[in-house]
Design a protein around this ligand. Structure first.
Ligand code: GDP
Ligand code: IMO
Ligand code: MG
Length: 425
């Protein structure tokens, strides 16, 4: 088989954590391949709700090796706190490994993220202000500090010194904001983090992943964010600074595309977005509010209310294309239970012309009006459905249409936040 990639198909928060937790028991390894603690992946186990920001959602299974890959950016304080939360609940994290090649988020990245957002000329992105973008900038500018560097005190000190000098100058002189980076304090603080996780850091995690693939182990790649937040294929510049799409798993974990056999797209039965940027099917008013309340659509990382909208088939088609989806995991169908009628956007209209491909140019996108197909609601709770055949006819019609638009079969349907609430097809 051996490698399956799980990606978000919308603007993130599709329910990837729930789906990956469900799939993990059939896998030997789960690898996070991009993003950082901008992500919040929720896993509900009985009375416990875990919001994972960095640790792969396979961590609840002791025999599943969980890897934070080279493509991830790591805030070590957040990582350690997350490990402690899990350990307090009996998940010891002995099955966690961290790539030495993953880049480290430092205090100046967070300060720069905030400064840029405050002064952004073209309108705020509404980032999570976790320093993600500036950390990736340093990576690509080849001045970043990697996890392995924290174990080489001389090199770490040297890199820290240049970086602090550069960011201090930039923030104070360009953004005109005060800074108070204390090099000695940061140095000591980060050495402390390195010491705490020393045993988990490996030189090159791609060796572990490829050895496992050779041994015919089953490997799951965990994407963060979603296709429309992809820096290349999303609604640029209102995106994150990495590649959540399936291709990102190759670079972010160090695997070849020939090793990948399946790409599962996680699809929310409606659409949400947190932060700024275009959202053609956004609903304001009572239906939007109903989706937000019933779906508990508040950011798992920042707590911000998520914007809600009708299912967008143009986005779905775009995601199916750029990810090469082989199947869909549809989530939160239960949130639509009470609606009399539902809309699915199947195309956009721009200056009287119908288009079916998502426009890359945001000035075009701004002019797009969604074209909707209307569907009758099912008006009964789906939360306890155990089998596809138990679903009401109207729910099946709705789900079939999503699958038809994506041109991919449905493999899972999630009907609630809890572990058992899932239908396998
Ligand atoms: P992720 O970032 O893609 O992992 O998604 P989040 O965890 O940020 O957001 C998904 C939210 O929906 C979480 O609160 C989940 O507990 C919840 N959730 C996941 N699947 C379902 C579902 O099928 N139905 C309902 N009602 N909630 C779900
Ligand atoms: P998961 O993995 C939803 C959004 C932010 C902002 C934009 C850029 O839980 O699906 P960043 O801090 O990354 O520079 O912010 O991306 N964003 C997310 N939205 N879910 C996420 O992750 C997100 N991670 C980033 O709100 O609009
Ligand atoms: Mg999330």
């Amino acid at each position: 088989m051996p490698i399956t990639i799980v990606v978000g198909t919308q603007w993130g928060d599709e329910g990837k954590g729930k789906i990956i937790d469900n799939l993990s028991k059939q896998f030997d390894m789960v690898v996070r391949y991009q993003g950082g603690n901008n992500a919040g992946h929720t896993v509900v186990i009985g009375n416990d709700t875990f919001k994972l920001h960095l640790i792969p959602s396979g961590i609840f299974y002791k025999n599943v090796m969980c890897i934070i890959g080279n493509g991830v950016v790591i805030d070590p304080a957040v990582l350690i706190e997350e490990m402690e939360t899990l350990q307090a609940k009996g998940y010891d994290c002995a099955n966690l490994r961290i790539s030495g090649q993953a880049h480290v988020i430092l205090p100046y990245h967070k300060a720069l993220d905030k400064a840029q957002e405050e002064k952004r000329e073209a309108g705020r992105i509404g980032t999570t202000s976790r320093g993600i973008g500036p950390c990736y900038v340093d990576k690509y500018n080849r001045r970043g500090i990697r996890m392995a560097d924290l174990f080489n005190e001389k090199l770490f000190r040297e890199k820290l010194e240049w970086n602090i000098a550069e960011k201090k100058f930039q923030i104070e002189n360009f953004y005109r904001m005060p800074t108070n980076f204390n090099e000695n304090e940061i140095f000591t603080e980060y050495l402390g983090y390195a010491h705490a996780i020393r045993k988990l850091v490996v030189d090159d995690s791609s060796v572990m992943v490829n050895d496992a693939a050779k041994a015919k182990k089953n490997i799951l790649m965990e994407g963060a964010q979603g296709t429309m937040l992809d820096v290349d294929h999303g609604t640029y510049p209102y995106v994150t600074s990495s590649n959540p799409i399936a291709g990102g798993a190759c670079t972010g974990a160090g695997i070849g595309p020939t090793a990948v056999s399946e790409v599962i797209g996680v699809v929310k039965a409606y659409v949400t977005r947190v932060g700024g940027g275009p959202f053609p099917t956004e609903i304001s008013g009572p239906i939007g509010d109903l989706l937000r309340e019933k779906g508990r659509e508040y950011g798992a990382t920042t707590g911000r209310p998520r914007r809600c909208g009708w299912f967008d088939g143009v986005v779905m088609r775009h995601a199916a294309r750029v990810n090469g989806l082989t199947s869909l995991a549809i989530t939160k169908i239960d949130v639509l239970d009470n609606l009399d009628r539902l809309n699915i956007c199947t195309a956009y209209e721009i200056e009287g012309k119908k288009i079916k491909d998502f426009p890359a140019d945001l000035t075009k996108l701004e002019k797009c009006i969604p074209v909707y197909e209307e569907f009758p609601g099912w008006k009964e709770p789906l939360a306890n459905a155990k089998d596809y055949k138990d679903l009401p006819k109207n729910a099946k019609i709705y789900l079939d249409r999503l699958s038809e638009i994506a041109d991919a079969k449905v493999s899972l349907i999630s009907t609630g936040a809890e572990r058992g609430q899932i239908i396998k097809l």
